[in-house]
Design a binder for this molecule. Sequence first.
Ligand code: SF4
Length: 507
Amino acid sequence: MTIINKEDFITSLRDALQYIACYHPPDFIRAMHEAWQREASPAARDAMAQILVNSRMCAEGRRPICQDTGIVNVFLKVGMGIRWESDTGIDAMVNTAVHAAYTDPDNPLRASVVTDPAGSRINTGDNTPAIVHMDIVPGDRLEVTVAAKGGGSENKSRFAVLNPAADLVEWVLQQVPAMGAGWCPPGILGIGIGGTAEKAMLLAKESLLEPVTIHELLARGPASRLEELRLELYDRVNALGIGAQGLGGLTTVLDVKLRDYPTHAASKPVALIPNCAATRHLHFTLDGSGPVKLQPPRLADWPEITLAATESTRRVQLDGLTHTDISQWRPGETLLLSGRMLTGRDAAHKRIVELLDRGEPLPDGLDFSGRFIYYVGPVDPVRNEVVGPAGPTTATRMDPYTDTMLERTGLLGMIGKAERGPQAIAAIARHRSVYLIATGGAAYLVSRAIRAARVVAFPELGMEAVYEFEVEDMPVTVAVDCRGDSVHASGPREWRMRIGKIPVVTG
Ligand code: SF4
């Protein structure tokens, strides 16, 4: 009989969570590097380069890959020959590990989990509770797979019950363009087919925990119907031309994973869950001999890539910028920003718009006129950092506030990630504003451009407080220009046409 000791389990899980926050899996790095080498779209190639450089910096500095350090998913295969030596249940042990990992003073991870999701949405402060799945299996080992799933990619999950005769590939090809770029492609699609509604979702999630192996499958050819489907999906999703960060390009997915399960004769449940540029998961085994010992990966596994400004890169001084200045910028153009900007995301926008609607003044010192706002919720700093990893959050969540912010605060422009919706694009064009994107999943890299940070308003909101950042050469791309032209529309359209496998519908 194998005895699994409570402390060994908690220590192993805590260490695994710290590990995956900072180290991409080597198969993911290899696949991203190969995609970067193949990429022909300059904007997408630059975004992938930033993701790879960020990844290496995080491995060197042991800091989180992304500011969103995810909600913890734990999958346990508990051997029937195990006896637990613990005075608490498994969920409680998992949550003790999550608490310890996310509040580690040497490398604090951002707490993103809120309680009362349909109401007050109060942050639990330590990223608990985790989502735990357990199987009881033959054997005397404990198999643990742990993942930290970012909100941007989890939010793009899809589910449907198709007619049994319906085509899964067509369904996926309808879903992926509608998912936009908020899941920070290129990444991996996990697809579950069959079972019941909840089983299909679980199959999709579990499939994402497998390594990236599409290159082996391409080399040896399919040996089953599922492998044929996988290759077809890989080819046709990439032919959509969405590209890294939705900028248009050759690689939207690094792999497609499929799992299936028998289902009711009347049903064909299908689930799709994407994994993003911050793909984070790890598998380990406990056999009763003590906690798992995780070795840091070899830096030689990361490619050496240098980010260099090109002749066409525009350097922008944010202080004193005018509508005339920003009217020169065009979709897809790369900028290096220097100067001061304000930050804010969901909770701050809600507060600001509520104050404006009540006719009340904004807090002292909070003045958006002529300024840019960066949609970000950074990780807490450590040691000599001014701010922890601070990549952009999905901008579409701020769409309902955009017209009010532009109309009533004098805000000049916005920085976030992924596309804007029609309502926000109309507001940007009406106010002759502009929307820029930073690379999602390159959070540590972005944070190195931040030279100073101070809280300006709503300190009680924690990572959602409004900060003023002073930045130097922060890399961004123009996503929506002052006429309302969006690179997230034109880029994928252009690259879908160039790839030429899927017709482009215009009008
Ligand atoms: S890479 Fe993008 S989707 Fe993934 S956790 Fe980071 S911000 Fe969220």
